[in-house]
Structure formats: C-alpha cells, structure tokens
Design a protein around this ligand. Sequence first.
Ligand SMILES: *[C@@H]1O[C@H](CO)[C@@H](O)[C@H](O)[C@H]1NC(C)=O
Ligand SMILES: *[C@@H]1O[C@H](CO)[C@@H](O)[C@H](O)[C@H]1NC(C)=O
Ligand SMILES: *[C@@H]1O[C@H](CO)[C@@H](O)[C@H](O)[C@H]1NC(C)=O
Ligand SMILES: *[C@@H]1O[C@H](CO)[C@@H](O)[C@H](O)[C@H]1NC(C)=O
Ligand SMILES: *[C@@H]1O[C@H](CO)[C@@H](O)[C@H](O)[C@H]1NC(C)=O
Ligand SMILES: *[C@@H]1O[C@H](CO)[C@@H](O)[C@H](O)[C@H]1NC(C)=O
Ligand SMILES: *[C@@H]1O[C@H](CO)[C@@H](O)[C@H](O)[C@H]1NC(C)=O
Ligand SMILES: *[C@@H]1O[C@H](CO)[C@@H](O)[C@H](O)[C@H]1NC(C)=O
Ligand SMILES: *[C@@H]1O[C@H](CO)[C@@H](O)[C@H](O)[C@H]1NC(C)=O
Ligand SMILES: *[C@@H]1O[C@H](CO)[C@@H](O)[C@H](O)[C@H]1NC(C)=O
Length: 719
Amino acid sequence: MMKMQWLILCSLGAVGAALAAAETSQRRAVNSSPSLAALKPFRFQNYAPGTITPTGWLRDQMQLLADGLGGNLFDFYRFVNESSWLGGAYEYSTLNEASPYWFNGIVPLAWGLNDARLKAQAKQYLDYVLDHQQADGWLGPETTPQTRGLWARALLFFGLTQYAEADPTETERIVNAMHRFVVLANTMLKDNYRGLINNATLGDVYDPYEFGTARAQELPVSLMWLYDNYPRNNSELILDTISLMFAGSRKANLDWTTFFVDGVFPTGAAPNPAPGFMHGVNMAEGMRYPAVLYRLTGNESLVTQTADAVSLITTYQSALSGTIIADEFVGGLDPQRGSELCIAVEVMFSYAYLYRFFGANDYADHAERAAFNALPVALAPDWWSRQYLTQTNQPWIQRLSSDPFYDDNTYSLTYALEPNYPCCTVNHPQGYPKFVASSYVKDGSDGIAHMLLSPTSLTTTVGGKSISITCNTNYPFSEVLEYTIVAKTAFSFSVRVPGWVAGAATAQVTTAASQGRKTVSTVTMTPDAITGLHLFTVAAGITTISVTLPMANDVVMREATSEAGVSAPSVGIYHGPLVYALSLDYEETTHLPLNFSTDNETPLAAFDVVPKCRDHFLLPTSNWSYAVDPSTITFQSLENASDALTNPIWSNNAPPVAITVDGYPIIWPNASGTAAVPPAVNASAVDASDKTKLKLIPFAAAKLHISQFPIYNASATDA
Ligand SMILES: *[C@@H]1O[C@H](CO)[C@@H](O)[C@H](O)[C@H]1NC(C)=O
Ligand SMILES: *[C@@H]1O[C@H](CO)[C@@H](O)[C@H](O)[C@H]1NC(C)=O
Ligand SMILES: *[C@@H]1O[C@H](CO)[C@@H](O)[C@H](O)[C@H]1NC(C)=O
Ligand SMILES: *[C@@H]1O[C@H](CO)[C@@H](O)[C@H](O)[C@H]1NC(C)=O
Ligand SMILES: *[C@@H]1O[C@H](CO)[C@@H](O)[C@H](O)[C@H]1NC(C)=O
Ligand SMILES: *[C@@H]1O[C@H](CO)[C@@H](O)[C@H](O)[C@H]1NC(C)=O
Ligand SMILES: *[C@@H]1O[C@H](CO)[C@@H](O)[C@H](O)[C@H]1NC(C)=O
Ligand SMILES: *[C@@H]1O[C@H](CO)[C@@H](O)[C@H](O)[C@H]1NC(C)=O
Ligand SMILES: *[C@@H]1O[C@H](CO)[C@@H](O)[C@H](O)[C@H]1NC(C)=O
Ligand SMILES: *[C@@H]1O[C@H](CO)[C@@H](O)[C@H](O)[C@H]1NC(C)=O
C-alpha cells in the first residue's frame, strides 16, 4: 500500500490540472477520481461546534471554565493577551504555541455555550492572525527560517477548522488561508524538512526538544480535513505535504509505528534520559499517529497497531483516573508520580478521535474515564487555578520537601496560575468543550449516535428535517439517561452502552405518534459487539427513551513496588466510569501567583494577574494512612438520582454518590516528600478494633486523596 501511495503521488500532475478545471464546490468528486486515493473515511462524522450544547452538571462546569481562567486568559494572561501572535512580546518558549493552544479551546467553548463575549475573542484573534498572513503564506509572527516551526500551526489549524465549521461566514477566508499556507509548508518540508526537524547547524531554534517532530501527525489531521472538505485544485499538494510530515518523522526516528510494539514499548518508568516517545504529552497525541497514517496509506496493520497502542498504554502507563502517568516522561503505574493536566485533555481528544474513526467501544470508555476523573481533579472547583501534576495518592499539596518527579519542580501539585509550566494554563480549556462537541456523531445518512455520554442536547437535521435530542441525566453519578426526542422525520438513533455495564442495559421507550396515541415498551438493549451501540428506530413525533446502564463496584488490583524494592498488592475502586478516593479534609492557604520562569520561587508582577488568580496550598486535617478490606465495599447513592446536582460538582461533599469500605489505620511512610507507594501491610501489627468505616467519593471531587490503597484482609486474619 505504501509503495502504491508513492506511485500515486508521483503521477499527479495531469490529475491536478484536470481537477483545477473541474473545481466548483466543496466535497467534490476528487475522492472518486480513479487516480487520486481517497483517505480512509471516519466511521462516524462529527457535528459542527455549537450543534451540541451541554446541559445539567456539564453546562455548569463549562460555565465555570468560561467564567474562570480559560474564559479570561484573553483579557489578562500575558502569554495570550500579549502573545507574539497578536503583536505582543510574550511567549513561554520558542515553540510560540501559547495562544494557538488557547484558540483551539476557546472556539468550541464559545460556540458550545453560545457565548457572545467568547465568540468576540475568537473573532478578534482570527481576524488578527488571518489579516497578518505573510506574503509567502506563513501564518504567525515568525519571519526567519530559523524561527519558523510548523508545530504551533497544527494547534492554530485545530482552532481554524472548528471555526470554519462553527461559523460558515468565515469558512472561505479560513480555507483560503490554509491553502496559501500549505503551499509554503510543502516547499519548506521539501527543503530537508525545514520547519519540522530543527537543525541546530542551520541556527534553528524553533523546536530544540523535538516536540513538534514527535507530534508530526497533528498538522495532517487538519490537512486531511482540508483534503476531505475543501481540496480545491490542491489535492495533490495537500497529500504530498501530509506524506512529507510522516516522512520527516521517520527521518527523525520519531515514527510511532516503531514504538507501539510489544517488547519495545516501556513496561515501567522511563530511563533518564528518555526518547521523545516516552514524553507524556507526546504519547497522548502519538497514540493517534497510526490511525492518521492509516487514513493516508490504508495499511491494515495500522488498525491492529492502534488497538495495540491503546492496550500497551492502558496496561503499562496509565493512572486509575484514565490518563497517562508522566511528569514529563512516563512513570509506569507509580502512584507517587504525576500526570500532567495537558495529558488528560489530549487523551480525551485522542480517544474520542479514535472512537469516531474506528468505532471501538473501548476507546470511548477511555475518553469518558479521563473526562470524569483525570481532567476535573486537576482544576480547582471554581476553575480559577489548576495543577500541573496530579498524583494517584496525593495527601498534601504544597511545595514538596523533596522531588518525586522525573523533571518537574516541587511546586507542580499546586493549584495555581502557572505551576511548573504554562502550557496547561492555555491548553486545559479544550477538554470539556471538545468532549461536548464530539458527544454525538452522524452515523451514515440517517443515523445519530450518542457516543460520549453526559447531559447534552443536539439540534440538527436528517434529510432536511429537524431533529432535537435532549439527554437529561446526572450520569456518571446516575445510571439513568432520559432522552426526549422531537423529530420531524423517522431516523436511527443509537446509544452507546459502555463496556463496563454490569448485566443488561435496559431502555423504556415511549412514543407519542401523530394521532396522539402513546405506546410504551421496555427493551433489553443489544449493543453491537464492536461499537457498543444499541439502535433505536425513532418515528417522527415525540419519543422519550429512558436508558438504564447498571453500574457495579469494580476492584482493580495494582502491584506497587517501594523504593526499597518491596512489592505489595494494592487496589483501586471503580463504580461505573468513576474511580473513588478517600477525600481528606484540608486547610487551604493562598498567595499571589508565582512566576514559572523562576521555578515558582518569586511572585509575578502585579499587572500580570487579576485578583481572582491565587495559588493554593492544601494541607490535610484528617488521617489518610489506611489499608482497606475490599470485600466490604458498599455503594451508596445519596440522593434521588434525578435531583439537580450541586455546583461546583467536583468538590468535597458535592457528588451524590459514595462508597464505604472498612479501613484500618496503618503506618504508611513518607518517601520523596510525599506518601510512599502503598506499603505491604503487616497483619499482626494491625489492631482490628481500630476498624473504621471510610467514605470514598469520586476522585475528581477529592482534591486531597488516596485512591490506590494497601489491602488488609480481615477474613484472612480472623480465620
Ligand atoms: C489585553 O489586556 C488589556 C488590559 O486588560 C486590554 O486593554 C487589551 O485589549 C487586551 N488585548 C487584547 C488583544 O485583547
Ligand atoms: C543540518 O544542516 C546541515 C547544513 O546544511 C546539513 O549538513 C545537515 O545534514 C543537516 N542535519 C540534518 C539532521 O538534517
Ligand atoms: C487553481 O490553480 C490555479 C493554478 O495553479 C490557480 O491560479 C487558481 O487560483 C486555483 N484555483 C483555486 C480555486 O484555488
Ligand atoms: C504497515 O504498517 C506496519 C506497522 O503497523 C509496518 O510494520 C509495515 O511495514 C507497514 N507496511 C507497509 C507496506 O508499509
Ligand atoms: C518572571 O521571571 C522572569 C525571570 O526572572 C522575569 O524575566 C520576568 O519578567 C518575570 N515575569 C513576570 C511577568 O513577572
Ligand atoms: C488520626 O489518627 C490518630 C491515631 O489513630 C488519632 O489519634 C487522631 O484522632 C486521628 N485524627 C483525626 C483528625 O481523625
Ligand atoms: C425522584 O424524584 C422524582 C421527581 O421529584 C420523583 O418522581 C421520583 O418518584 C423520585 N424517585 C425516588 C426513587 O425517590
Ligand atoms: C510526611 O510529610 C508531611 C508533609 O511534609 C509531614 O507533614 C509529615 O509530618 C511527614 N510524616 C512523617 C511520618 O514524616
Ligand atoms: C509485624 O508486626 C509485629 C507486631 O507489631 C512485629 O512483631 C513484627 O516484627 C512485624 N513484622 C515485620 C516484618 O515488620
Ligand atoms: C481474604 O482472605 C480469605 C480467607 O483466607 C480469602 O478467601 C479471600 O480470597 C481473601 N481476599 C482477598 C481480596 O485477598
């Protein structure tokens, strides 16, 4: 296949000319041209930002994001407000990526909430950037080959493609700019991969640590969007540019297909120094590399390799919360090590992309797990500060007395404006808005599927007839999703049944046919073995569907090895998609935001912050060193599942669900300035009369938490 692709690329001149003559409108016949390969299609198609809006608890969280840091960065944060992209002087690195990261998140946030203030911010940025496109087609502030890296353009293009879908009045302008840029990018790449592979000999400074090179598949994602939708007479050049990006990654030894291989992929923590493959954010994005390459080449082994990549990552490098454990470089399954917030939003996007492309149920489960655990735990309840790193066991948040991380500072756990590194300040806003935007997908010409479950509503058309779907639910805090569908035409509606569902999912369907007769039926759902989708055939009129997804307690064993080399079993506890944690009471102190450039040792100049911005230390006031007896786990739903949830929901005591378990105080030592890995429990040293009922709550609500516990088996001891 690969060889064929190259042959196709080499014989395109004549085809390109023919296409030029035929150029009329978008989504043209290019893919049916006999000589020009179509890209492998997505299994499901996405909706434009704004088509799907959050409701319930998810709307509350998106609004907190809009009212918090994410929605205010444009007004005050130097790396956005005074970004070099807007004529300012501030960047946190030579990647010049800060404001493009922000743009990628602000577009779906603005349209997801239909928020005029945020749309105006996005528009101001769009206008500035497009109006300043350089004569040779370059987008961005850089004017020399040594400073012109392609990487930040990949982030800009994510924002631009979403914008073009959200606001059709800007589509042509955006597509024009992208086409002009591709021509230049193609020339650069043909010059020994200029812009992709930083060459110090030539004085290049745009990517000294090969972040852009390791993420070579990112720009192709948007170039493929251009090729699929608005190829104009540039199809050949777009495909060639995509191929050059992949070829460059191979030349730089950053071809992910050589890494997601059993025996090559690391089964534990990264060595120091480590290759770029072992960088957490690179890996969170790189897991899409085989899929994006598959779109281009059609090499079927890349389908299997995508599944292998997901399996290797989740087996060897994952946190209980659904993200990757990596404080710059991967830390295996070590609960002392940190997971960077950027990784949480990148894995959410990657898993959603992979489900939309392949439709493998497992991928969507992983996207939800990160969305309900890893992302929200790292944000303060009011979304005005964020962590850089989150630990699985995190009994205090302050400047640590020693450093358990690979290459991050001792301030990294702090909820702050820019703890350790500013990237997550500008990148975290994409998380929920893109999750919402991809929660429903088009399934063929007359189908709609609910892919990522949460409270949202969708207004669209099928065959020109309007359809609205509202999903009223407290999921993942509840098992019940109530759909109200108002349809002017019959259509196919599918709901994804997660892989963790315990027993049979059921649905009660009520239809009010046009004559006003109501019919009610109860069905046992029969999800497709691959996609997990259960199909409902919905008639025109009003239909309500009440879906119940039974959740069960799920105890996951994890071996933890101490610094002294002693291995002991430990457990993580799930109920449905949520992981549960012992939440510690804490005393909170705040101070002025500290400057990441001084390793967070000195305060930022006052003009660079707003009063809402504070850095927070959280010190525990309750005990955290317990072993648990997993056989005593009991789930409790504390309220009527249909009651409105507390806002903010991701805070101590807010979620309406809990798990109780017998806990026994143990000696749990410190190591590297934090809680040591869960120790082996000396049963004879445990006083059974100290038994206490521990209440565990959803991990993301427990800012100080223990979620991987040592085990004390009371029945073994009694026997
Ligand atoms: C940056 O912030 C200042 C002060 O809030 C504001 O006057 C200015 O318009 C902002 N710049 C941009 C590009 O929004
Ligand atoms: C960097 O540029 C120099 C000078 O043109 C060239 O000799 C060398 O091969 C380039 N290095 C790489 C890795 O491409
Ligand atoms: C097609 O290509 C020709 C020649 O390269 C160019 O002049 C023309 O503007 C292109 N048309 C479009 C719609 O891009
Ligand atoms: C197909 O992809 C696999 C990696 O998944 C690679 O090993 C193989 O060489 C590729 N085949 C071709 C023909 O490129
Ligand atoms: C942050 O610290 C650096 C290094 O000392 C300094 O150059 C910079 O001006 C500081 N930035 C702000 C906004 O205070
Ligand atoms: C913590 O545990 C110690 C020893 O078991 C006990 O004396 C103390 O009261 C506990 N503190 C809290 C806040 O529960
Ligand atoms: C939950 O609340 C709804 C509305 O208030 C009520 O109709 C329903 O009976 C309640 N269910 C339970 C189990 O209490
Ligand atoms: C462990 O570290 C914490 C935070 O620095 C400290 O408060 C506590 O006293 C330490 N515990 C032990 C047993 O050293
Ligand atoms: C286990 O605890 C008992 C009672 O405190 C003690 O005698 C014994 O030495 C401990 N064993 C280990 C291996 O620490
Ligand atoms: C606890 O001990 C009992 C009795 O020895 C045993 O049957 C059970 O499997 C143990 N449970 C765990 C979780 O190890």
